[in-house]
Design a protein around this ligand. Sequence first.
Ligand code: FDA
Length: 288
Amino acid sequence: MSLPFALARRFVASESLDGAFPVLAELHSGGLATTLDLLGEYVKDRDVAITARDEYIRIVDSVGERFRGNGTDARNISIKLSMMGQKIDESFCLENLKLLLAHAKQQDVFVRLDMEGSDITASTLDLFGEVYPVFPDHVGVVLQAYLKRTAGDIERMCDLKARVRLCKGAYREPAAVAHQSMKTIRERYLDYMRMLTTNGRYPGIATHDEKLISATKDFVARENIDRDRFEFQMLYGMRPSTQTDLVRQGYRMRVYVPYGKEWVPYFTRRLRERKENVWFVLKTMLKR
Ligand code: FDA
């Protein structure tokens, strides 16, 4: 049985690109920056990967043209390398990525490489390493605080002055590669937040966790780090009033806005993360 999209509407902007634009406009009117994300993951077929690449190029062109010079911080998209053939053949994926980034540079759109499961972390960072020297202002990466390898990756990205989004990590990972306790993950997150806000380049502090948000605010205040040297990031539909409160308090806030027909895995991750999200969906079902 396929789930009706109405259930996911709180967390997913639309099933189509055109349908996502009114959602972006509403967020911009509240002073929020955005990053647009086409849902989907793990493509196993070359033709499907090429279709995904072409759809990404269409998004870059649409976002670039629509938001050129209008003052909103919206020329920003997030992508998954596994959708462009990373699991089929890395060099094929690299060619797709280069083509996409050439468009992004032309349109002055920033492309964030989302981080997926630990089986492709090294590959994602290698591919990033290949393109970053050519497109330093148009590509950035994500690092996950739960991974044990991340300390070294944060240092490398600070040295490179590459833009990093820091998140906890959303995939089920074994204890051999990832910290399992929330206490340790939070401690690591805060270590990395301090490194990135001090030595990194415009990091994205991506979390809905009040403890991490408060600790970030305290740290940057204590260290006299300007509020425009980093941004908070949250997912569309998660803590919307906190998002606008942060903007009112003078912080930069970017909302990750997913759209597309393949919304079920993303939606399921959001439900797994918080029971409040499950309640919200149940209420939507009962209202129907
Ligand atoms: P978490 O869900 O762990 O909640 C911790 C605490 O925060 C709660 O106990 C509560 O106090 C508070 N809280 C959280 N949600 C709340 C709510 N709705 N209302 C009130 N309080 C709330 N992952 C990944 O692996 N690769 C990626 O590329 C990305 N990209 C990404 C982009 C952006 C913009 C975000 C925000 C997140 C990601 N993630 C991600 C997901 C990330 O790794 C992580 O799974 C989720 O953000 C959940 O962790 P949190 O730190 O947000 O809080």
